[in-house]
Design a protein around this ligand. Structure first.
Ligand code: F0G
Length: 417
């Protein structure tokens, strides 16, 4: 069950323990997992049995699927993470125009986003390969997650964030967990270019989703949601799309799940971008014959990305799942966020893009009301509390401003009337 790295562009191979995350030709490596001993029902049973008791996987929703993620022996750096809920709320389904909308809340991971699933695997692999330091570029979530796992592994961590453009909650986490935090005068795309070059030249392990082990960990969002549905795939999986790591990971997970007989049919995947940060949408509209770069601008800071790194492997996902790419305006994102928040669930704006996408696709007749849909909420409501408070103080349509009162029961009674 040994794995190897294969360059997606030139097919060159490297051992799994190679410190390189990018090929000399500029292509990205994919992990090629070796043969898995069980298939189909036996493999499903192995994973299901671990739901009760799984000391080797430390109760993690990532390491439960270890044969498909990072086989082999050695320590694992796990919080643990995963085991996120699938929420169903009739009011939200109705809002989206569906009978059955489920939300898989990846914001309920330990540091508040899906990044923890990729980070546990990438940091584990970095530690096993003898890394001396780790680094990432981030709009917030990646940095918080990396900082936590690096601290657990005892590895120095370098975080590159766009100066003045990182949410307070996330900056707080990176600093608190002890990462050296660099405010770069530039946007996320500039941070990513810089950290890629710096990692190459300085021998630091890069932990953005160009690192193939991040993708392996993020596959477990799909494995876990299939398991939660008794291994019955939904009709659609809808995900917000920025740097396209998740879109890439989901395609790989679904391909492997089918090859291993975990499922018989593939759900369709819809990747949703913000209109102001839509290079992948543009490429989709051009039949994927062209790749685009844009100057990204959107309220959804996590997907404010103009030149997505995992473009090629995301194209493969959309093609193989008969999927599609949609775009939504910032106003739609904020409306969807208000609906998710009001349902008592809550999420960050980038996550709400997926829910806005669902509603738009239902209205367009692309998704039918009776189809089963799972949308992925990628991040937590509390990433950026100030923006949420400003929204509610702003007096807009869904605003719920606080009320100042005298400290008397009469004042409370007046409010109830
Ligand atoms: N949703 C959230 C909450 C994110 O933080 C990100 C990416 C995405 C969606 C986009 O996912 O790149 O796999 O398409 N956040 C990165 C960060 C950029 O730095 O935390 P993708």
């Amino acid at each position: 069950m040994t794995a190897a790295l294969v360059c997606a562009a030139c097919q060159r191979r490297r051992p799994a323990t190679s410190p390189d995350v990018e090929c000399d030709c500029g292509g990205l490596f994919d992990v090629e997992t070796g043969a898995v001993a069980r298939r189909g029902r036996a493999l499903r049973r192995l994973f299901d049995d671990r739901l009760g008791h799984d000391p080797a996987g430390q109760g993690s929703g990532v390491w439960r699927f270890r044969e498909l993620v990072l086989p082999g022996r050695g320590v694992i750096v796990s919080h643990p993470e995963g085991n996120t809920p699938l929420y169903r709320r009739p009011a939200l389904s109705a809002w989206a125009g569906l009978d059955d909308l489920a939300l898989k809340h990846e914001g309920e991971n330990p540091t508040g986003s899906f990044k923890d699933r990729g980070m546990t695997v990438a940091v584990t692999q970095a530690a096993r390969a003898g890394a001396t330091a780790v680094a990432c570029a981030s709009t917030g979530n990646t940095s918080a997650s990396m900082a936590a796992y690096a601290s657990q592994a005892g590895l120095p961590a370098l975080v590159f964030v766009p100066a003045g453009k990182v949410a307070a909650g996330k900056l707080a986490q990176a600093l608190a967990y002890g990462a050296r935090t660099l405010m770069v005068k530039g946007d996320f795309d500039a941070c990513l270019r810089l950290v890629r070059e710096a990692s190459r030249q300085l021998g630091i392990t890069l932990l953005n989703s160009v690192n193939p082990w991040r993708i392996e960990g993020q596959k477990t969002i799909i494995f876990e949601l299939l398991q939660q549905r008794g291994w019955q795939p939904p009709d659609w999986i809808v995900v917000p799309a920025g740097n396209l790591g998740n879109t890439a990971a989901f395609g790989k997970a679904l391909r492997e799940a089918r090859q291993l007989g975990l499922i018989r049919r593939l759900p369709r995947l819809a990747a949703v971008q913000a209109r102001g940060a839509n290079p992948f949408y543009r490429s989709f509209r051009a039949g994927f014959r062209r790749r685009f770069q844009v100057q990204a601008e959107t309220v959804a800071t996590a997907i404010r990305i103009g030149d997505p790194a995992s473009h090629e492997r995301a194209v493969r996902t959309i093609s193989e799942t008969r999927g599609l790419v949609a775009q939504v305006a910032d106003a739609q994102i904020l409306e969807a966020k208000a609906a998710v928040d009001r349902a008592g669930i809550g999420c960050e704006p980038a996550s709400a893009a997926a829910v806005a996408g669902v509603r738009q696709l239902v209205r367009a007749g692309t998704i039918r009301p009776g189809e089963a849909v799972v949308a992925i909420l990628t991040g937590h409501l509390l990433k950026d509390p100030q923006t949420v408070i400003d929204f509610h103080l702003g007096g807009g349509r869904h605003a719920n401003p606080p009320v100042e009162i005298e400290p008397s029961v009469q004042a409370v009674a007046r409010l109830l009337r």
